[in-house]
Design a protein around this ligand. Structure first.
Ligand SMILES: COc1ccc(/C(C)=C/C(=O)O)cc1
Ligand SMILES: [Zn+2]
Length: 263
């Protein structure tokens, strides 16, 4: 099953108007992570990531980002450990980026923004039987966030970059297989911050356990430029708009604690 319902996503408009307030919105994302206010939790376990490249299916431009979607009908690509009590299934990953290298990430570390941010979206397959069910449950989703910095070319990313021109317009889909998302993780995945938050695009539901990696990955300027060559708009639309700055504004922490897995 493709893990993001087309109806809800098709209502995600680029640069969409932020709702004034999300019902009961006291755990919204993204947030600024203030390092010296994060609390080391020695009970946080190492993350266990097991991805099977054979579950990779397609890339879809949903008019907000491009999603690399995985077959999540079995427990082949999974995440567990860390702050998680249950086993989670990978359903898709996507990115957020800016119009230049000064900004683009959704989270920040002591107010430092990165030019882009990767989100690997997983749902709780111990408790729910469908992604769509898990999206409305407080322990339904786990998202790994990885910051991207501009530097050397990322060899593993290039296969994805080469496929992007085929999904230039909103609602375009291209087959994309045998991609191992583990190649996008930093060497050290055991240093991370974690907090209770939400999706950062509609439906903005407060269902996400965020796991934000301390270590970034590097991609080249040219690779990021291909992200920026995508369009928010479909082929039929009169006025084409570049897919850039597809990040949400930061939200209040509202008393939440950000824990760290490292001192
Ligand atoms: C059911 O519709 C959905 C739409 C979007 C999403 C995600 C995964 C949003 C985000 O990445 O912030 C999930 C479900
Ligand atoms: Zn995201």
């Amino acid at each position: 099953s493709v893990c993001s319902s087309k109806l809800a996503l098709s209502q995600v408009h680029p640069m969409w108007q932020e709702p004034l307030a999300v019902p009961g919105g006291d755990r919204q994302s993204p947030v600024d992570i203030v390092v010296r206010e994060s609390i080391f939790d020695p009970q946080l376990r190492p993350l266990k990531v097991q991805y099977d490249p054979r579950t990779c299916q397609q890339i879809w431009n949903n008019g907000y980002s491009f999603l690399v979607e995985y077959d999540d009908t079995t427990d082949k690509s999974t995440l567990k450990g860390g702050p998680l009590e249950d086993q989670f299934r990978l359903c898709q990953f996507h990115f957020h980026w800016g119009e230049n290298n000064t900004w683009g990430s959704e989270h920040s570390i002591d107010r430092r923004l990165y030019p882009a941010e990767l989100h690997l979206v997983h749902w709780n397959s111990d408790k729910y039987s469908l992604f769509e069910e898990s999206v409305i449950e407080e322990n339904g989703l786990a998202v790994i966030a990885v910051f991207l910095k501009v530097g050397k070319r990322h060899e593993g990313l290039q296969k994805l970059v080469d496929a992007l021109p085929a999904v230039r317009h909103k609602d375009s889909v291209v087959e994309f297989t045998k991609f191992d998302p583990a190649c996008l993780l930093p060497e050290n995945i055991n240093d991370y911050w974690t907090y209770a938050g939400s999706l950062t695009t509609p439906p903005l539901t407060e269902a996400v356990t965020w796991i934000v990696m301390k270590q970034h990955i590097e991609v080249s300027h040219d690779q990021l430029a291909v992200f920026r060559s995508l369009l928010f708009t479909s082929a039929e639309e009169q006025l084409q708009r570049s897919m850039v700055n597809n990040f949400r504004v930061q939200q209040a922490l509202k008393g939440r604690t950000v824990r760290s897995s490292f001192t």
